[in-house]
Design a protein around this ligand. Structure first.
Ligand code: SAM
Length: 218
C-alpha cells in the first residue's frame, strides 16, 4: 500500500474503515491496560477516528499519526475543535496538529509513521491499534510492528485484528493469524487474546470474519 493509495482513498472518500461510533471493543477492553488518567495514548494510522475523542473524554492525552493531512483537518472540523499547527524541525514535511478535547491534549502528526522518532512524538504510555496493523500488507508488517515498538518504547498495546480466509479477499484490511501476532510482537511483549468473536461488521456478510482483541504487555 503506497502513500498514493491512501491519499486517493481519502480524496475519493472511500473510507469505509471510518466508524461513525466509538468502537465497542475499545470501550469494553481499554481498561485492561490499567492506565492512570493523564496517560498518553499513541494511535498509529489514526485517520479521523472518533475513538480518539473517546480516549480524550476518558482522561487520556492522545498522539495520533496519519499520512493524509485532509483526514486530520476533517477530524478537527468534525469535532469543532480549534487547533494549532507546527512543523517538525527535523523533518519539515511532517506537521503536528494540536487541539484540546475534554481538557486533554490531542496531537495528530501528519506523517508517514516510518519517518517519525520517539524523541519527536514524545513519551507514550500505551498504544491503541485499530485498523493499523491490518492495513499493512504482509511484507510491511514486521517493519511496522518494529516501528510501533520503537516509537512507543514498547508501551503496552490494545491491538484489534481481523481473521478471514485471505484467499477469499485481497484486502486491506488484511487477515492476521494468531501466529502472525506472535511473530510481530512476541520479542517485545507477552500476548494475551482477550476476545475472538465473529465480526459484527457487515462489509462482507458472505465471508466468515472474526475480530480479535489482543493485550500486549511487557
Ligand atoms: C484502515 S485506515 C484506519 C484508520 C483508523 N485507525 C480508524 O480506525 O478509522 C488506515 C489509515 O492509515 C493511514 N496510513 C497508511 N499508511 C500510513 C503510514 N505509512 N503512515 C501513517 N499513516 C498511514 C491511511 O491514510 C489511513 O487513514
Amino acid at each position: 500500500m503506497t502513500p498514493e493509495f491512501w491519499q486517493q482513498r481519502w480524496q475519493d472518500k472511500r473510507i469505509g474503515f471510518n466508524q461513525p461510533d466509538v468502537n465497542p471493543l475499545l470501550i469494553s477492553y481499554f481498561n485492561q491496560l490499567d492506565l492512570p488518567a493523564g496517560s498518553r495514548v499513541l494511535v498509529p494510522l489514526c485517520g479521523k477516528s472518533i475513538d480518539m475523542v473517546w480516549l480524550a473524554t476518558q482522561g487520556y492525552d492522545v498522539v495520533g499519526i496519519e499520512l493524509v493531512e485532509s483526514a486530520i483537518q476533517e477530524f478537527f472540523a468534525e469535532q469543532a475543535v480549534a487547533y494549532s499547527v507546527r512543523a517538525d524541525s527535523k523533518n519539515p514535511n511532517n506537521k503536528c496538529y494540536k487541539g484540546e478535547i475534554a481538557g486533554r491534549t490531542v496531537e495528530l502528526w501528519v506523517a508517514d509513521i516510518f519517518t517519525l522518532s520517539a524523541a519527536t512524538i514524545g513519551h507514550v504510555d500505551a498504544v491503541y491499534d485499530r485498523a493499523a496493523l491490518i492495513a499493512m500488507p504482509k511484507e510491511m508488517r514486521p517493519k511496522y510492528s518494529e516501528q510501533v515498538c520503537l516509537l512507543s518504547q514498547n508501551a503496552a498495546q490494545l491491538l484489534l485484528t481481523l481473521n478471514y480466509d485471505q484467499n477469499e479477499w485481497a484486502g486491506p484490511p488484511f487477515s492476521i493469524t494468531q501466529e502472525q501476532v506472535q511473530q510481530y510482537y512476541a520479542a517485545h511483549y507477552s500476548i494475551v487474546e482477550l476476545e475472538g468473536e465473529p465480526s459484527t461488521l457487515n462489509a462482507a456478510p458472505e465471508m466468515a470474519v472474526t475480530e480479535h482483541v489482543w493485550l500486549l504487555t511487557e
